[in-house]
Design a protein around this ligand. Structure first.
Ligand code: CTP
Ligand code: MG
Length: 228
């Protein structure tokens, strides 16, 4: 099977509170999204990289993406939610993707994706029926709050993982799952809602999602201090 990447990049970055969507904020001299796209495009495991942009995206065309090569394809078919954007991307590539091809969905907002993250995910899931996702074990002690914000319980963390991306599933399985899902914030939850069990592949905390301004500083530090 082939491996396609779909990169949802049609969000507005409201929690970031910047003047433009966070995927276009400068990070070490390049648009933030350029970092993940360049790692995906350079990966020998990935055949093509589809970026899902907002239908009224005004920024994409202002940058030069040609150095990333011929694998990169922009799709102006973003939706109201992340899941809608991913589903739009899946529909747009229906002519190209076969039923059992793999799709790796990766947030544009995770610029510190490293080649080894992709390698490990693809290798560990290669013979899996369902697929799975990068994730890291939860480090903090977790509290459940009551409506008055008193602690109603401590959630044992030993079986809890934080979901990251890429999340890798078979094309048709993922499309069906997302079509039938409501209120999902990642692909895995749509697959779970369809009654299947995605596999957790251990990544690391460097693959953070840029959500708040602090995350941009952390991402910059991670990229600058990475070996190789
Ligand atoms: N995304 C998308 N389409 C949407 C919403 C989000 O493609 N309608 C993408 C974002 O561009 C981002 C990824 O999904 O790359 C993860 O979403 P998130 O971190 O929530 O980004 P935003 O929705 O842009 O940020 P916020 O929730 O703070 O507004
Ligand atoms: Mg969002």
């Amino acid at each position: 099977p082939r491996h396609f990447a779909i990169v949802p990049a049609a969000g507005s970055g409201s929690r970031m509170g910047a003047v433009r969507p966070k995927q276009y904020l400068p990070l070490l001299g390049r648009p933030l999204i350029h970092h993940a796209l360049s790692v995906l495009c350079a990966s020998p495991d990935i055949d093509k990289v589809f970026v899902v942009l907002s239908v009224d995206d005004a920024e994409w065309s202002r940058h030069d993406w040609s150095t990333l090569g011929g694998k990169l394809v922009p799709l102006f078919c973003g939706g109201a939610t992340r899941a809608d954007s991913v589903l739009g991307g899946l529909r747009a590539i229906s002519g190209e993707a076969a039923q059992s091809d793999w799709v790796l969905v990766h947030d544009a907002a995770r610029p510190c994706l490293a080649p080894w993250h992709i390698d490990k995910l693809v290798r560990e899931l290669a013979h899996d029926e369902v697929g799975g996702l990068l994730a890291v074990p939860v480090a903090d002690t977790l509290k459940r709050a009551d409506p008055q914000r008193h602690v109603a319980g401590t959630v044992p963390r030993d079986s809890l993982w934080q979901a990251q991306t890429p999340q890798m599933f078979r094309y048709v399985m993922l499309r069906r799952a997302l079509q039938g899902a409501t209120d999902v914030t990642d692909e895995a939850s749509a697959i779970e809602a369809a009654g299947l069990r995605p596999r957790l592949v251990q990544g690391d905390a460097t693959n953070l999602k840029v959500t708040y301004p602090l995350d941009l500083h952390l991402a910059e530090w991670i990229l600058q201090n990475r070996e190789g």
